[in-house]
Design a protein. Structure first.
Length: 224
C-alpha cells in the first residue's frame, strides 16, 4: 500500500470533500497513477502544512503530495523527487484592485491586509518580505479565496499556479497578477522519507508519464 500524506486544502492540487471524505485534485490523480505504476493500493493520510515535516520524519506516510514546494529546510528532513512544475509567489486580488498591487513595495504599505494560510510557504514569504502591511492568517485554505473575494483582505500572495486556478474559479472577481513573472522562483515536487529506491522510482515515473501524454492530460484537466 502507498500511504500518501496530503493536506486536502490546496486546490487544484489537493482538496478534501468533508461530506464524502474523498480527495480530488491534480496531485490526487497523480498519486493514484503512481500507485498504479507501483502495482499497489493507495491510502490518503490527512495532514496539515505545519504537520508535513513531522509526518515525513515520523514515517506517517510514504510520500507527501499536494502542491508542495521544494525548500532547503524540507530537504534536510527527506528526499524530494525531480521537480514536476516550475512556480513562484505572485499576488491575487479583486480584479478592480489588481493595478494597485503589482510590486512588493505597493503591497507593503500601512492599511493593506494580506491574507495567508498558516504554516506553509505563503505565510513564510509574507513574514520575510512584509513589514508595514498587515498579515491576516486564515485557517481554512479551501475557503480563503472566498474571504478575499468578499473584501476581508486586499490580496493574497501564493503560488502562480494557484492564482491561475482561483482566477478561473472566480471569473471577473479575482485576478491573478503577473503569474508569468512571479516574485521568486519555486518548484513543485513530491516529498519522501529518505528511501533511495522509492525516490528513484518516483523520479522516473513522471518523466515517462510526460512522454506518454498521461501527465499532460492531467495537467490540462486541472490547469487549463
Amino acid at each position: 500500500m502507498l500511504r500518501v500524506g496530503t493536506t486536502g486544502d490546496y486546490r487544484p492540487f489537493t482538496a478534501l470533500d468533508k461530506g464524502t471524505g474523498g480527495y480530488s485534485g491534480f496531485d490526487v490523480d497523480m498519486a493514484q497513477a503512481l500507485a498504479k505504476a507501483l502495482g499497489v493500493s493507495i491510502a490518503f493520510a490527512p495532514t496539515t502544512w505545519s504537520g508535513l515535516a513531522k509526518g515525513i520524519a515520523d514515517g506517517d506516510f510514504d510520500i507527501a503530495m499536494g502542491g508542495i514546494s521544494v525548500t532547503l529546510d524540507r530537504q534536510k528532513i527527506g528526499f524530494f523527487s525531480a521537480p514536476y512544475m516550475r512556480d513562484g509567489k505572485t499576488p491575487i486580488a479583486r480584479c478592480f484592485d489588481q493595478e494597485k498591487y503589482q510590486t512588493l513595495a505597493e503591497i507593503d504599505r500601512a492599511g493593506v491586509t494580506v491574507i495567508a494560510n498558516p504554516g506553509g510557504t505563503n505565510e513564510r514569504f509574507d513574514r520575510a518580505h512584509l513589514r508595514a502591511a498587515d498579515i491576516l492568517v486564515y485557517p481554512d485554505n479551501l475557503t480563503i479565496f472566498d474571504q478575499l473575494a468578499a473584501g476581508r483582505a486586499n490580496l493574497m500572495i501564493t503560488d502562480a499556479s494557484e492564482t491561475r486556478f482561483q482566477a478561473k474559479m472566480h471569473p471577473g472577481v479575482l485576478c491573478a497578477i503577473h503569474p508569468d513573472q512571479p516574485f521568486d522562483f519555486a518548484e513543485k515536487a513530491y516529498w519522501m522519507p529518505p528511501d533511495p529506491a522509492l525516490k528513484a522510482f518516483v523520479d522516473q515515473w513522471p518523466h515517462l508519464a510526460k512522454e506518454d501524454g498521461e501527465f499532460d492530460a492531467l495537467y490540462d484537466k486541472w490547469f487549463r
